[in-house]
Design a protein around this ligand. Structure first.
Ligand code: AHM
Ligand code: MG
Length: 336
């Protein structure tokens, strides 16, 4: 790959578009970039070091914490705390939000929400996982402790969002509300290089991604849409291809590049859906919309406009190519 620009250079270049920028957001990206490199290193030796498997604890949502979940959470938290630019953090792996109260951090104007290692049940079987992050401006006065309200903001208030995919190569993909850009990590140089500038969701696609094992538990609208995907029709390139990794970042990343739809509906198993609004759905919805895609949580329910009620809230989530999500919405409207 020819190296055009590094992530650091790209961010500095973009910062020049905002004359009032103080560099705090750039520092947040530096922290995330550093932690991502460390997590990349840890994941790559996961089979050798004794870091796969469960810790033996359950997190707040009753799920087994994997060792790498805990490692990733610690690394991102430490990297963000060290630069003193973030006043608080909420993580899928922490029961409550964290307030950084050293002299520099407490005057930081941003909070970060993070899913440090999404899809972590895939680590033991060598399947791609990811980190998802989002950044908001704090609402509480600077210098004061952060409050829960700083984190319970609707997704359309995000200042930045992104993910790191630890796949066949490691990539960092982010948006600050001005398009979506992807950077591939070169481990031999230790730098992220611009590889996917201005990523755009194809308007149509032929991939649908859903845990079809749960089919019997889905509502009728989703069932009918899945049947539609499987029906033969040359004009619309159906039947579509079914692809489901079970790792949101990987499923999202593939569909963003190739065109497709990802579904994690509510069901009798997960009455409010499984994915977390703050750590998973909102950042992905922000990226999807920035790339020209659509993200909804139901009929006429744009995910980014949902008012969060609690830190670990779960919602149904449908995201992908514009025409595919719009079609799904028509099924949801008609059959539920
Ligand atoms: P996690 O954050 O505990 O890893 O769970 C989220 C993951 C997503 O990455 C993925 O889309 C989903 O759970 C898969 O769930 P399921 O196994 O029910 O299909
Ligand atoms: Mg997750």
């Amino acid at each position: 790959m020819e190296i055009t620009k590094t992530l650091g250079e790209f961010i500095i270049e973009k910062q020049a578009d905002y004359p009032d920028a103080t560099g705090e957001l750039s520092s947040i990206f530096s922290s995330i970039r550093l932690a991502a490199k460390i997590v990349h290193r840890e994941i790559n030796k996961a089979g050798l070091a004794d870091i796969t498997g469960a810790v033996g604890n359950e997190n707040i949502q009753g799920e087994q914490q994997q060792k790498l979940d805990v490692i990733a959470n610690d690394k991102f938290k430490a990297a963000l705390a060290a630069r003193g630019v973030v006043c608080g953090l909420a993580s899928e792996e922490e029961d409550c939000y964290v307030h950084f109260d050293d002299d520099r951090s407490k005057f930081g104007k941003y909070v970060v929400l993070i899913d440090p290692l999404d899809g972590s049940s895939n680590i033991d079987v060598n399947v791609s996982v990811g980190t998802i992050f989002s950044v908001y401006r704090r609402l509480s006065p600077m210098g004061e402790p952060v409050t829960e309200a700083d984190f319970l903001q609707p997704g359309d208030q995000q200042v930045a969002a992104g993910y790191v995919i630890y796949g066949s190569s490691t990539m960092l993909v982010y948006s600050t509300g001005n398009g979506v850009h992807g950077f591939t990590y070169d481990p031999s140089l230790g730098i992220f290089c611009l590889s996917h500038e201005n990523m755009c969701y194809p308007e149509n696609g032929t991939i649908y991604s859903v845990n079809e094992g749960n089919y019997v538990h889905f509502h009728d609208g989703v069932k009918q849409y899945i049947k539609y995907c499987q029906m033969e029709d040359a004009k619309t390139n159906r039947p579509y291809t079914s692809r489901y990794i079970g790792s949101l970042v990987s499923d999202f990343h593939r569909n963003l590049i190739k065109g497709g739809i990802f579904l994690y509906p509510a069901s009798s198993l997960h009455p409010t859906g499984k994915l977390r609004l703050l750590y998973e759905c909102n950042p992905m919805a922000f990226l999807a919309e920035q790339a020209g895609g659509v993200a909804i949580s139901g009929v006429e329910s744009r995910t980014l406009e949902l008012e969060p009620s609690e830190l670990h809230q779960r919602v149904p989530f449908f995201v992908g190519s514009k025409n595919m999500v719009n079609k799904l919405e028509r099924f949801l409207r008609e059959f539920t």
